[in-house]
Design a protein around this ligand. Structure first.
Ligand code: G3I
Length: 342
């Protein structure tokens, strides 16, 4: 069709990214990705359990197809992700007999060596295509503001303290050119306690000379929560605390509402709710643009409502710009041309 390209309409402000997954970069869906987006991130295929499920056995089939697609279409890539408590295989935290490692200097050294080996293999593998990458989510979701020290109690943390964070950034920096910026990526960055924790962690990294270039705001949000003003406050707070730091919206989607109403079938979601979502997309994008360069990339965690991590067997959600048939819906117009909103 002759609808405006989402990415083209935002090109004066930031590139617009989306996810790549098996089956999502061919046919009609692939055409939609190419037309409306200019940046790609693998939804799952560059995570540890996708690339090295078994120790020493690396599988790059899906990731390579996505990199090749991006390259062929002139799209840029965000890498995602190295140090995360999810989608990391159990063997990383086990001894040779498959028993859970217990904290000790030896197990710490072992886990950190596995982390270095993983990052090194992955970045050496992608080195020939490194010019296509502009960002990497090196460390993901390690903060838990309910802990006095702010750190999530993951196996990474239990076995290495916070050293796995420093090691991930240092290892990635040593293998990537400066053109690929390195991010700490997290959700709920508008949460006041979490924001304080993020500031403490980034300040600590910087004081130790650990190379971090930016902060990723996932933005898995709900209809009008957090408010656009809260998002702007978070971005400005971090920009002031860390002059020159890059900030990106990395995984945006909008749920209808955390507390319902819930719709079992997609078809049950009323037009009025689609309209509300459209106005919400408009309001967030107005804020992103008004932040005037403080946000340098916006990635949406999907294309059509046919493929989203938010829809389960019992709950349909409509969190993306296109509907389950990949037709533009109010969310699309909220970003591209709010004068068309119902
Ligand atoms: O690949 C297996 C398949 O072999 C198996 O048959 C099937 C049965 O459950 O599972 C498949 O794996 C699933 C995988 O997605 C690929 O489809 C996992 O169960 C499922 O948990 C996984 O979900 C992903 C989730 O991260 C994992 O936590 C979502 O697709 C992905 O959208 C989501 O993305 C995360 C970001 O990476 C980080 N921030 C939050 C965001 C949303 O949760």
């Amino acid at each position: 069709t002759n609808l405006p390209s989402v990415a083209q309409t935002q090109s004066a402000y930031f590139p617009i990214g989306t996810i790549a997954y098996s089956g999502g970069i061919s046919g009609v869906q692939g055409d939609l990705v190419t037309k409306h987006f200019n940046s790609l991130v693998s939804e799952n295929d560059m995570k540890w359990n996708s690339l090295q499920a078994t120790q020493g056995v690396f599988t790059y089939t899906n990731a390579d197809a996505q990199v090749a697609f991006a390259k062929a279409k002139g799209m840029k890539l965000r890498g995602h992700t190295f140090a995360w408590h999810q989608q990391v295989p159990a063997w990383v935290f086990q001894d040779a007999n498959g028993n859970a490692l217990t904290p000790s200097p030896a197990s710490k050294a072992l886990v950190l060596q596995r982390e270095v080996d993983h990052i090194t293999n992955v970045l050496n593998h992608f080195a020939p295509n490194v010019a296509s990458f502009y960002a990497w989510d090196v460390v993901n979701e390690v903060i838990d503001p309910s802990q006095a020290d702010c750190m999530r109690r993951s196996s990474w943390y239990t076995l290495t303290g916070t050293d796995f964070i420093d090691t991930a950034f240092r290892t990635a920096r040593a293998l990537l050119p400066a053109s690929v910026k390195l991010y700490y990526n997290d959700y709920s960055t508008t949460d006041a306690a979490k924001l304080v924790c993020i500031q403490k962690m980034v300040a600590g990294l910087k004081s130790r000379g650990v190379p971090i270039d930016g902060i990723g705001h996932q933005m898995h949000i709900s209809l009008n929560y957090p408010t656009p003003a809260a998002v702007a406050n978070t971005v400005r707070t971090l920009a002031t605390a860390f002059p020159g730091i890059s900030q990106q919206v990395t995984e945006m989607d909008i749920k209808i509402n955390d507390n319902g109403p819930f719709y079992t079938l997609y078809e049950d979601i009323p037009a009025s709710v689609h309209a509300q979502l459209g106005y919400a997309w408009r309001n967030y994008f107005n804020t992103f643009r008004q932040l005037n360069g403080l946000i340098d990339s916006v990635t949406i965690w999907g294309q059509g409502d046919n493929h989203t991590w938010l829809t389960s067997g019992t709950e349909a959600e409509a969190p993306l710009l296109f509907d389950t048939s990949l037709k533009a819906k109010p969310a699309y117009w909220g970003v591209v041309d709010p004068s068309q909103l119902p």
